[in-house]
Design a protein around this ligand. Structure first.
Ligand SMILES: [Zn+2]
Length: 276
C-alpha cells in the first residue's frame, strides 16, 4: 500500500491493523479467529520483520468503534456500541468514552450469543449464534445463487467482493426482487433481535451499524428499529438512537488510523478509548 500510494516509508508513523476474532494486543497475536479458523497467529512479529514502524493490532469491531468515535457518527458520544456486521458480528463497546476491554481485551463477542435454539452451526462451535443468523454471510446465504459462508473460511481478498454482493442484494430488494427483499427482512429482523439484547444489556445512547451490512443499511435499519421497538425495554430503547456508520465500509480502516493516533500521541492517562 505504501509503495502503491507513493508514500515515503520514513513518513509513516505507525500502522493500526484490524483483524477478526480474539486479539492479544500486548503480544500482537491473533488468539482465535472463528471465521478464518486461525489460532495463535503472531501477526505483529511477522509484519515487523519487514516494517520499520510500530504496528498496533485490534479486533475489527473494537477498532471500528474507535474509527466512528474519532471520525464518524459517534464523535463526542460517551456511551455507544458499534455493531460490526461483517463475515461475523462483533461489538465494540464504548462506556464513558473508553473502549471496554474485559479481563482479556475480548469484551463484545455478542456475535456468539445464542439467538436460535437449533440454529445454524457457527464457526465458534455453537449453534444459533447471532452472527450465524445476521452477518453478511447469513444475508448472502438467504439469496440462492449468492454465496453463503465458504466452507474453508474467508480470505481478506474476498471482503470487497462480499461488500459488492451485499450492495447488489440491497439494490435487488429495492427494485422489488421478492427473494432479495425477504432475505433483507429476515436478516434485518435477526440483526434487530440482537441489537435489542445489546441495548438491554448495556444501555447505550447510540448503536452504530457498521461493516459490510452498512451497504444495505437503508433497508436493514427499518427492520432493526422495528424489532428493537418490539423487544427492547421501553426505557432503554427510549434513550438510544440507531444509526449507520458514517464511514461505511471504511470504518474499520479509519479505526486503524484512530488506534495508531491513540497509541502514539495520547498520554496513557488521557486516552479517550483505551486504558493503558
Ligand atoms: Zn458463534
Amino acid at each position: 500500500v505504501i509503495a502503491e500510494r507513493g508514500v515515503a516509508p520514513a513518513s509513516v508513523l505507525g500502522m493500526g491493523l484490524s483483524v477478526c476474532g480474539l486479539v492479544d494486543q500486548q503480544a500482537g497475536r491473533i488468539v482465535f479467529s472463528p471465521n478464518h479458523g486461525w489460532r495463535d497467529v503472531p501477526v505483529r512479529t511477522e509484519l515487523r520483520r519487514n516494517l520499520a514502524f510500530p504496528v498496533f493490532i485490534e479486533n475489527d469491531a473494537r477498532i471500528s468503534a474507535l474509527g466512528e468515535e474519532l471520525f464518524g457518527v459517534a464523535k463526542g458520544v460517551e456511551d455507544f456500541v458499534l455493531v460490526n456486521g461483517a463475515a461475523g458480528i462483533g461489538v465494540g463497546i464504548v462506556s464513558t468514552g473508553r473502549l471496554v476491554d474485559g479481563t482479556s481485551g475480548w469484551a463484545g463477542e455478542f456475535g456468539h450469543m445464542t439467538i436460535a435454539l437449533d440454529g445454524p452451526v457457527c464457526g465458534c462451535g455453537n449453534r444459533g449464534c447471532w452472527e450465524a443468523l445476521a452477518s453478511e454471510h447469513a444475508l448472502l446465504a438467504r439469496v440462492p445463487g449468492q454465496r453463503g459462508a465458504p466452507a474453508g473460511g474467508v480470505t481478506d481478498d474476498e471482503r470487497p467482493e462480499r461488500w459488492r454482493l451485499v450492495a447488489s442484494v440491497a439494490a435487488a430488494a429495492a427494485a422489488g426482487d421478492v427473494v432479495a427483499g425477504a432475505a433483507i427482512r429476515e436478516t434485518g429482523r435477526y440483526l434487530g433481535i440482537g441489537v435489542a439484547n445489546v441495548i438491554n444489556a448495556l444501555n447505550p445512547s447510540l448503536v452504530v451499524i457498521g461493516g459490510g451490512l452498512s451497504e444495505a443499511a437503508d433497508l436493514l435499519l427499518p427492520e432493526v428499529r422495528a424489532e428493537v421497538a418490539a423487544r427492547a425495554m421501553r426505557e432503554l430503547q427510549g434513550v438510544c438512537r440507531i444509526e449507520t456508520a458514517a464511514l461505511g465500509i471504511d470504518t474499520c480502516a479509519m479505526g486503524g488510523v484512530a488506534l495508531a493516533i491513540n497509541e502514539l500521541y495520547t498520554p496513557s492517562h488521557l486516552r479517550i478509548a483505551r486504558p493503558a
